[in-house]
Ligand binder design. Sequence first.
Ligand code: ADP
Length: 190
Amino acid sequence: MLNIVLFGPPGAGKGTQSERLIEKYGLIHLSTGDIFRANIKGETELGVLAKSYIDKGQLVPDEVTINMLRSEVLNHKEAKGFIFDGFPRTNAQATALDQFLAELNTSISVMLALEVEENELKSRLTKRAEVSGRADDANPEVIANRIHVYNNETAPVKDFYQSQNKFVSIDGIGSIDEISTRLYTAIDNH
Ligand code: ADP
């Protein structure tokens, strides 16, 4: 199996690049943000809970997120591989991911980290708000909080994969095609 963690701060381009990668490599795309938003739209219990965190730019608690992701993975046991987009966002999530992939006799192949500096992120998210309709993109304070949470809780996950020799840094500035090519090269060379 080819299992990729696509990593990066909010607005780094994980969603856009995931679409390219699933097509090229035939992977199942699991985006925790998309799954939460589908639950919010469907007004499920999980959606109501997730919304109370997402609207403030906070992380949904690990236990909830891990259980949700685990059941998505176990629902796709026949997959050629997965692309994890927006997960793991904490070291506890990374540890749990290793555990449940081991249950399927597989593991993470590579973590690709899109690197984009903060001012560029803020401008991309503000622009995305005009089309996404996402409340968490429309409010500068919520954006700032998401970036803060990323720096404090999520960025350390890089070290988790670095210590397993799975971390690859990718320059996230350039055209969508240029960045896709960088990702393909990193995957094919791994
Ligand atoms: P972005 O990468 O632009 O922040 P996402 O769609 O990945 O957007 O995530 C939106 C929000 O969903 C996050 O700000 C967070 O509140 C919640 N979320 C997504 N993934 C996770 C996760 N792995 N753990 C906890 N919360 C998450």
